[in-house]
Design a protein. Sequence first.
Length: 276
Amino acid sequence: MTQPTVTFIGGGNMARAIYGGLLDSGFSATNLSIVDPSAAAQDNARQAGIEHVFDSAQGEVLLADLIVLAIKPQITKAALQPLAGRLGTDSLVLSIVAGINAESLAALLNLSDTGHIIRCMPNTPALVGEGMTGLYASRQAGSAYGIALAERVMSSVGQCVWVENESDLDVITAISGSGPAYFFLFIESLTDAAIALGMNGESARKLALQTALGASRLASLSSEDAATLRKNVTSPGGTTEQAIQAFEASNIRGIVAQATQAAARRSVELSKEFGA
């Protein structure tokens, strides 16, 4: 079976994770192209074995089966301007640009509709092959081929879930896109708490990290939901119960709801700020 050709517009950390995952899964480096003016990004691509590395998008790289937009929303207009009206008629666009909707992307690329655009929101654990990606395809772009190609690319760095409505990507952004930072904050706080209780820094960090890893692993493998797992370890009158009561008294659920709502609102705002 012939492998598709893939061009990455942007060669930063997320692009590096994705093309690295593709290469690890057996994808041929000769079918990959990287477009990025950064010398560091170009060096990383060449070190990975990719020969088709360019400062700017030109020629055959714009005719690839899949064009992956791996750029920041703040530079999207400037980065896509040279691409407008130049993509192959059969090229599919996979955008990992946060917040900018398919309609805006189509306008920036001078496409007649959103039929060639699939949007996705990965997260940083993709860097270690444990990413979570939400994907959305319009009815036109949601062909069996387009869905299979986009999922093949993103599943190389973790798991995928498809959503029916484009607005659901704002929720994906708030929960899993930004989510790793929430867990990092909790790990940071747990580490600081251990140090405050007298533990040395190295041991505190190890305790917090392995506890987080173990709890996540247990939750992912268990048939029981998180609430049941929490109750299983919370003995009446015990130490865990005291900690959980302190969390609940501080309205931890309300804090999480408020934080994720703020992230979702910002995702919507980004589309208005940086879209077409």
